[in-house]
Write a protein that binds this ligand. Structure first.
Ligand SMILES: [Zn+2]
Length: 121
């Protein structure tokens, strides 16, 4: 554990790579920002295709939510607020940043943070 986590520049390349990775995955799942609805018109496959489209759609929305967090983290690196809580402006603990590098809330305000779509319900 680093005792004095003052320099977050090492995170920038991590987030940049993560963003590229997410964009690529989203691109594979979607066409022009929409989930790819092009499918074979074989009647017997329709229900299977429909469920695959549903899975693609929910996976794409998870990836897009992650992308938003990563882009926000990059923006916060730019304006120097990375590593501080958006609500109370207190520093976010190093261990928490290590576990959730894209988080913008301290442990106290973790409950008010938007959850991953997969954690809802
Ligand atoms: Zn806070």
């Amino acid at each position: 554990m680093r005792a004095v986590p003052t320099d977050h520049e090492d995170k920038r390349s991590v987030f940049t790579e993560e963003r590229q990775h997410l964009l690529q995955q989203i691109d594979e799942l979607t066409v022009g920002g929409q989930v790819d609805l092009d499918f074979d018109d074989d009647f017997s496959d329709r229900s299977l295709v429909a469920s695959e489209q549903g899975e693609n759609r929910s996976l794409a929305s998870v990836l897009q939510a992650q992308l938003i967090l990563v882009e926000r983290a990059l923006a916060r690196l730019d304006d120097g607020t990375y590593g501080t809580c958006e609500i109370c402006s207190n520093p976010i603990g190093a261990a928490r940043l290590e576990a959730l590098p894209a988080t913008s809330y301290c442990i106290e305000h973790a409950d008010t943070a938007p959850r991953w779509p997969t954690e809802q319900g």
